[in-house]
Design a protein around this ligand. Structure first.
Ligand SMILES: CC(C)(COP(=O)(O)OP(=O)(O)OC[C@H]1O[C@@H](n2cnc3c(N)ncnc32)[C@H](O)[C@@H]1OP(=O)(O)O)[C@@H](O)C(=O)NCCC(=O)NCCS
Length: 433
């Protein structure tokens, strides 16, 4: 039979024919495979979801072997070259590129949701002067939930759309306020005359000048970086967004959960880790010794490797090009030379070639952000701003798919069988493990 797979259970000699759809079998179809009436049935075991599709999605396509990334069918290279970030945000969320009028309305709507409630500013005041901006960002996004209680009505499409506008509009403001707080600078209100990226730069860097004027090359570079980071299908934080959102939690708390996942050094925290690694290496002549340590398993080459890409990350190629534009404005950063040499050596080394480890998006993004004037603690927050759009697109899609339920994996229990309670005075200390 075409489009089926037949499994023979060697424990019972029974055969089962399972349908194959889109290159997958349904894990629930395995449940019928039993050794007897008391058997629970076969499950699949897939820690870290390395071979499990958790949803159908029409948002982002990645072919990791070929190094392809498309949003809603459009190659990332074309979007990065021709679009603004908000145009791409519209595409990710609503499925098609906007018409001229739709884009005008969309930009107007987002721009008019950039202000924060004044109490949110007071909330930010409570953080210590040296609080990491990512912790502040996660907490402040979650705190928006207390201001917009109607957001809990996640099955109402109009209410959902309103929260999407709020979140995309407000995340740059929250990010900028976190940054200004850590520097002890006064907060700068959003400026509606500016584009999304320009306004973010305004809220970060405006001091006493009456009107902030962004450098157009840097503003465009930032917009391109936002486009490249906007979505990446079922990555760790998107999975967190879908998983938490599947409990019908409101979008502010759900986005905070996704941002918390992004904060880890194996995910969005990698760009900060790359900068620290380049600082640690210090100069080109120290690269071979560093690579030796990586190969001995003492550390990882941060910004290298990817769960899905086993080829050059297409975003890294665009970022490398963007870095050159930025450096023409800002002057060359010595870290770029170390990074280029590190990449050259790694790509010729059997360890990296055999394991198909290539530079990922985070390898060069931190260097650009630093050249623009951002401190490393801000890099992951800079990732969270555009990724909020991707998270919301994934969340909105999940809520409209009838086959989705509360996300709840199974486990393989490896603990004790039933044992009897031991009174406190009769317990013996276990040998230290
Ligand atoms: C992204 C990442 C978490 C993917 O992990 P993964 O899909 O679980 O891949 P694995 O850890 O199974 O890696 C496969 C092999 O390559 C090695 N490897 C993976 N990334 C490596 C890196 N950055 N440096 C050195 N070795 C690496 C692993 O040690 C493993 O080697 P082994 O087969 O000898 O055990 C991983 O590549 C990594 O930690 N990279 C650095 C952090 C980073 O840049 N993250 C940003 C991602 S956008």
């Amino acid at each position: 039979m075409p489009n089926t797979v037949t499994i023979t259970d060697n424990r019972t000699n029974a055969s089962y024919t399972l349908p194959v759809e889109n290159g997958t079998i349904r894990a629930m179809d395995l449940r019928q495979i039993k050794t007897g009436p008391d058997d629970f049935g076969l499950m699949s075991f897939d820690p870290a979801f390395t071979n499990t599709a958790s949803c159908r999605s029409s948002i982002t396509f990645i072919d990791g072997d070929k190094g392809i990334l498309r949003y809603r069918g459009y190659p990332i290279e074309e979007l990065a070259e021709h679009c603004t970030f908000l145009e791409v945000a519209y595409l990710l969320l609503w499925g098609d590129l906007p018409t001229e009028q739709q884009l005008k309305d969309w930009v107007h709507e987002i721009t008019h949701h950039t202000m924060l409630h004044e109490t949110t500013k007071k909330f930010l005041e409570g953080f210590r002067y040296n609080a990491h901006p990512m912790g502040m960002f996660v907490s402040t996004v979650a705190a928006l939930s207390t201001i917009y209680p109607e957001a809990r009505e996640v099955h109402n499409p109009a209410i959902r759309r309103h929260q999407i506008l709020r979140l995309i509009g407000k995340v740059p403001t929250i990010a900028a306020y976190c940054y200004r707080h850590s520097l002890g600078f006064p907060y700068v209100y959003p400026d509606n005359d500016l584009t999304y990226s320009e306004n973010f730069m305004n809220m970060i860097w405006k001091m006493v000048e009456p009107k902030y004027v962004a450098n157009p090359v840097l503003a465009r570079a930032l917009d391109i970086l936002f486009i490249l980071h906007a979505d990446h299908e079922q990555n760790c934080s998107a999975n967190a967004m879908r998983s938490v959102g599947s409990a019908l939690t409101d979008p502010f708390l759900t986005t905070a959960a996704a941002a918390a996942a992004l904060a880890g050094p194996l995910h969005g925290g990698a760009n900060e880790a790359v900068l620290r690694m380049l600082d640690e290496i210090g100069s080109k002549d120290k690269i071979p010794a560093y690579i030796k340590q990586v190969k001995e398993g003492k550390c990882k080459l941060m910004g290298f490797g990817h769960r899905v890409y086993k080829n050059y990350d297409p975003r890294a190629r665009i970022i490398k090009w963007t870095a050159e534009q930025v450096f023409e404005c800002t002057g060359r950063n010595s870290k770029l030379d170390i990074a280029l040499e590190l990449e050259r050596i790694a790509l010729e080394d059997d360890y990296f070639v055999e394991r198909k480890l290539y530079p990922n998006v985070d390898f060069y993004s931190g260097i650009i952000y630093q050249a623009m004037g951002f401190r490393p603690e801000m890099f992951t927050v800079m990732f969270a701003i555009p990724r909020t759009t991707g998270w919301l697109a994934q969340w909105n899609e999940m809520l409209t798919q009838p086959e989705q339920k509360i996300a709840r994996p199974r486990q393989v229990y490896t603990g004790h069988e039933t044992r009897s309670y031991v009174p406190l005075t009769q317990r013996k200390e276990l040998a230290a493990v």
